[in-house]
Design a protein around this ligand. Structure first.
Ligand code: ADP
Ligand code: MG
Length: 475
């Protein structure tokens, strides 16, 4: 068998896999590609500098053992860091075991001359005239790491955030850009990093600010001729967190001033954390030179949470609110709200409000009503055939029985339930529903729907049927 980069790496992987947690393996090793093998030197491609640093910090021993097993004591590993920006070529970096030299991978620093004048600084956050410069972080302590639930969808961003919090300005993820769609936790994570830094380094000046506010302050400073004060103020900060930088789009003046502030901070080893609803490549009307700065560090995406993570987020929220909810309801919500953490929380808040104000019990039915308000028409329609099958199955009868003319109570009820769900879950007309469920007319269907509504209110056993079937039919 010929030994190739691939085959060597595969062997290493199977060894590594046996020695670390599956989640860690998936996050840190699956994305790696083996690209070259010459003699005892294996080159692997990693997706970012962040990956490289993470591997060096956490897995270097394991990598070393794995590689020595394959290639002997002279084994060497080269990281080929696939840069996220497109203008620079990849820069391979030899790392000799066991020591590691990571300097050559630090982003190059760009000298920007900023004449410094020593006038008194004006802090845009305090009333002008106040002597002492004290900067309030503007952080929300409720947005912390402890309640930022970890999942596949956020693991990279979350770990990067924690690494930054451990060594603000001291990692190569500077700036750290967190991006992703609405309600996926960008603001929460950005605060969490700030809160953690404040915790670990109380003397560091941390500032969280939205891009809107930053822009407004800048405009005000131009009007009042205090642009330099504005710049100097921001240049004093150790950890600057700017939320939603996509808001800088098309605002040339703000971008310019931020560019200078950024360079100054970066050059002085200060940490910059940014969030955006888009990846840098997709940002519109942001100057190239600024975009290239964004790409210097790490861009980490927050994706929509998967099912397990949605469950954890819901459970975490309920736990913090001191509320107990049956797991089947939690599952129902997690199955039906898929894209947005804010909506998941919204459903829980509505459920709690409804249950306490209207003294309703938590039920699948209540969850359904609330979920319906959040997700409009996104559910796929089920067919009437499917409804009849499921209802028949639930009552242990066949579809022909359900459709028959019999007046036996339990069969009538099953038929009425099928009609009710057909009305509720499909856009079919009453007449057509009647036609498909045992050749009845539209009045019969209407009557069935009313009966089911009434019985749901008054009959506990019946309500259970409706809930069970709702679950079966809408999951
Ligand atoms: P974005 O800024 O991306 O629009 P937010 O940070 O405002 O989103 O998050 C929306 C809501 O969802 C917040 O209440 C936040 O606490 C919550 N949230 C988001 N992600 C998580 C998570 N992984 N764990 C717990 N709560 C989360
Ligand atoms: Mg936000």
């Amino acid at each position: 068998m010929t030994v190739t980069a691939d085959s060597v790496w595969r062997e290493c992987l199977s060894f590594i896999k046996d020695n670390i947690k599956p989640q860690a393996y998936k996050t840190w090793f699956e994305p790696i590609k083996a690209v070259k093998l010459s003699g005892e030197v294996l080159t692997i491609q990693v997706p970012s500098k962040f990956f490289y640093e993470w591997l060096e910090e956490h897995y270097i021993k394991l990598l070393r053992v794995a590689l020595v097993r394959q290639l002997g004591n002279e084994a060497k590993l080269i990281y080929d860091v696939k840069m996220e920006n497109n203008y620079s070529s990849t820069r391979p970096q030899i790392v000799k075991f066991p020591s590691s030299n990571r300097d050559p991978l630090k982003p190059q620093k760009v000298a920007v001359s900023m004449e410094s004048d020593k006038r008194e600084l004006r802090n845009p956050f305090i009333i002008p005239g106040l002597q002492k410069v004290k900067i309030e972080s503007q952080l929300n302590p409720n947005y912390n790491f402890v309640n930022f639930v970890e999942g596949d969808s956020n693991r990279l961003a979350r770990s990067a955030g924690m690494a930054v919090a451990k060594k603000p300005g001291g990692t190569s993820f500077n700036p750290l850009l967190i991006y992703g769609g609405v309600g996926l936790g960008k603001t929460h994570l950005a605060h969490a990093i700030g809160v953690d830094i404040k915790d670990k380094y109380p003397d560091k000046t941390v500032l969280y600010i939205s891009s809107e506010k930053f822009t407004q302050q800048f405009i005000d400073s131009v009007k009042s001729n205090t642009r330099n004060d504005f710049i100097h103020f921001y240049q004093m900060i150790d950890v600057l967190i700017i939320d939603d930088v996509q808001f800088f789009s098309g605002k040339k003046g703000t971008q310019d001033v931020f560019f200078h502030i950024f360079n100054h901070l970066h050059q002085n080893g200060k940490q910059v954390i940014l969030t955006s609803d888009k990846a840098p490549v997709d940002m519109q009307e942001i100057e190239q030179r600024l975009l290239s700065r964004f790409k210097w560090g790490l861009s980490a995406e927050l994706q929509s949470p998967d099912y397990e993570t949605r469950i954890s987020i819901l459970e975490n929220k309920l736990f913090r609110d001191g509320v107990e909810m049956p797991s089947e309801i939690i599952e129902y919500i997690a199955k039906n709200i898929k894209t947005n953490v804010r909506e998941l929380e919204g459903v829980i808040i509505s459920m709690i409000a409804q249950a306490s104000f209207n003294r309703k019990e938590f039920s699948i039915e209540l969850a359904r009503q609330i979920v319906d308000k959040f997700v409009k028409n996104t559910k796929k329609e089920v067919s009437i055939d499917y409804i009849q099958k499921e209802v028949s199955k639930y009552f242990d009868m066949d579809v022909a029985t359900l459709q028959s003319k019999t007046r036996k109570r339990h069969i009538v009820q099953a038929r009425q339930l099928a009609m009710y769900f057909a009305k509720r879950l499909t856009k079919t007309s009453l007449a057509s529903i009647g036609n498909q469920i045992g050749q009845r007319d539209h009045a019969t269907v209407l009557h069935a729907c009313k009966t089911v509504d009434n019985l749901t209110e008054t009959d506990k056993q019946f309500r259970k049927y409706v809930e069970d079937l709702t679950k079966k039919l809408t999951f």
